[in-house]
Design a protein around this ligand. Sequence first.
Ligand code: SAM
Length: 170
Amino acid sequence: MVRAAVLRIGHRSFRDARVTTHVGLAARAFGAEGLYLATDDPGAVQSIADVVARWGGTFFIRESIQWRRCIYRWKEKGGVVVHLTMYGQRLTEVIGEIRNHSNVLVVVGAEKVPGELYGLADYNVSVTTQPHSEISSVAVFLDHLFDGKELSREYHEAPMQIQDTVRRGR
Ligand SMILES: C[S@@+](CC[C@H](N)C(=O)[O-])C[C@H]1O[C@@H](n2cnc3c(N)ncnc32)[C@H](O)[C@@H]1O
């Protein structure tokens, strides 16, 4: 079974706080196990932690991490590193190969990422060849990684849950 976590680098304080929160929420909703933040953002961490407390699961958040060290450690443990960038290989061409790995670290930027990241990553992958955002790229990549299985995940122990009757519009 493939497992994934997301590493978010290059967050610009204030301007990106809400985007960082949404990267975390998208990562959680689409099946990642946690989020590494290369910055210190108590607001984003609190917002994501609140969602985990109410909606369930064990999604972790680590902030103020050193992104190079995070990547090196991930690789030392045998994991694979996938950097999402519009300049990468097409998602559809490489996702089958990436699914063969057990632990996938998905790296996204905010603004222009350091050039060395392209070399550190095992894969540079584009989710379309058009510019969009770290939130959409994380969501679409994870959905392909998990082959859509995360879409039917339920958190039965969570305080907040959507009831079937609501979901079916009754
Ligand atoms: C607002 S974009 C930054 C775009 C910036 N011009 C650059 O040079 O990367 C923020 C992040 O979204 C992700 N992203 C944006 N478009 C993407 C695409 N087409 N495929 C994969 N990732 C993308 C990348 O991780 C990027 O670092």
